[in-house]
Design a protein around this ligand. Structure first.
Ligand code: ACO
Length: 371
């Protein structure tokens, strides 16, 4: 088999319509627009409506990416949804997305690496393509962290926003696409950023809820120190693994947590800020969705073009961090876009039909009996 490379050929995003400004937050907790802008660079963030969830945002972003790549959902072999705010503990959000978009031949699973998740998921999808086992993959970062934030805690509630972004990755024998990657974890810092309750260590009880242990808890200063330490180093490592120099890189797309963290990375890499994609001002920290959201906007602004070398770099809870060097590709197909609405209708019908089949199978073969 000829060597296969993993090219990024489609990208899409989805953010809720509702916007929460710093002034809105100042009416909820003891904070103000000036403090939030100075310390974080954030001006506003998008917050999911009641009928929007991690899976609904992920599905919309995925369909936009598929439309861009002109790849119908039925040709996707693998779906990875990276998220820290999954629809449920199980089933995976990825399975729900698979059903919604009608990717009937795809295996789907969630990946949990907090804000670094999109980097880890891109690497996993890319390795699956490089090994020859997968031809077309969908990688999605999606979050509704607003559902896990304590809206009375000014240390955390000012930071986070909701949204989703997705990439389509495709195999091709032409060299390019994902050139290198690094993935790192340090669980000794797990307590610095966590949702303490709701898992097997502390199942949800009235007490855990009363104590607010189902909300995001964060040691902001320590996370800040960790982030400023790893961002530049991870980028340098990924660049040198791709046999490139920092000067060869056209644009760096970092995780959007705090403008000051991105400025520290720029100093560490000795690069001007205009080499970095920044949109934390508009979306806040959307965790694993932030890198694809910034990428979609960088392409739309003409800052990322075919053939460009780009570094994606992120950090997050775990602790985790990682970086990827990519030669940007863009859509392979010159064919007319497929009829997305038709695919969606068929997906809904298929899903409904499978539920009906299971219902009647239950009646005929005995509901509630397993053998
Ligand atoms: N408004 C006004 N004052 C505030 C607010 C607020 N929203 N929040 C904190 N303060 C106060 C503090 O109480 C403190 O007052 P004190 O000195 O009297 O105690 C003062 O402001 C300074 O607080 P610091 O915590 O030192 O502020 P800092 O400059 O470190 O900024 C921040 C805090 C923005 C949280 C910063 O530490 C940060 O960005 N950390 C990284 C967070 C992060 O990136 N988390 C996500 C990781 S990705 C993932 O996996 C989800």
């Amino acid at each position: 088999m000829t060597e296969q490379y993993a090219h990024i050929t489609g990208w899409g995003m989805s953010v809720p319509e509702r916007i929460l400004t710093n002034d809105d937050l100042a009416k909820m907790v003891d904070t103000n627009d000036e403090w939030i802008r100075d310390r974080t660079g954030i001006q506003e963030r998008h917050i999911a409506a009641d009928n929007e969830t991690t899976a609904s945002l992920a599905s919309e972003a995925a369909l936009n990416a598929l439309r861009m790549a002109k790849v119908p959902p039925s040709e996707i072999d693998l779906i990875i949804v990276s998220t820290s705010s999954p629809e449920h503990l199980f089933p995976s959000t990825a399975s729900l997305v698979q059903d919604r978009i009608g990717a009937e031949f795809a295996g789907a699973f969630d990946l949990s690496a907090a804000c670094t998740g999109f980097i880890f998921a891109l690497n996993m999808a890319s390795q699956s393509i490089r090994s020859g086992s997968v031809k077309n993959a969908l990688v999605i970062g999606s979050e509704t962290l607003s559902r896990m934030v304590d809206w009375t805690d000014r240390n955390t509630c000012i930071l986070f926003g909701d949204g989703a972004g997705a990439f389509v990755l495709q195999a091709h024998e032409e060299p390019g696409g994902v050139l290198s990657s690094i993935m790192r974890s340090d669980g000794s810092g797990g307590d610095l950023l966590s949702v303490p309750a709701g898992g097997s260590a502390a199942p949800t009880t009235n007490q855990t809820i009363l104590e607010g242990q189902h909300y995001i808890q964060m040691n902001g200063r320590e996370v800040f120190r960790f982030a400023t330490r790893v961002m530049a180093n991870a980028s340098k490592e990924a660049i040198s693994k791709a046999n490139l120099e920092v000067e060869d890189i056209n644009i760096i797309i970092p995780h959007q947590a705090n403008l000051r963290i991105i400025e520290a990375a720029a100093r560490g890499l000795k690069l001007p800020m205009d080499k970095f994609a920044v949109n934390v001002n508009k979306y806040g920290n959307t965790s694993t969705a932030s890198i694809p959201l910034a990428t979609v906007e960088a392409v739309e602004e003409g800052r990322l073009k075919r053939g460009d070398k780009v570094v994606f770099v992120g950090f997050g809870a775990g602790l985790t961090w990682g970086a990827l060097t990519v030669q940007w590709t863009g859509p392979f197909s010159t064919e007319e876009p497929f009829k997305l609405a038709r695919y969606q209708r068929t997906a809904r019908l298929r899903s409904f039909w499978r539920r009906i089949q299971r219902f009647f199978a239950g009646i005929f073969f005995g509901r509630g009996r397993s053998g």
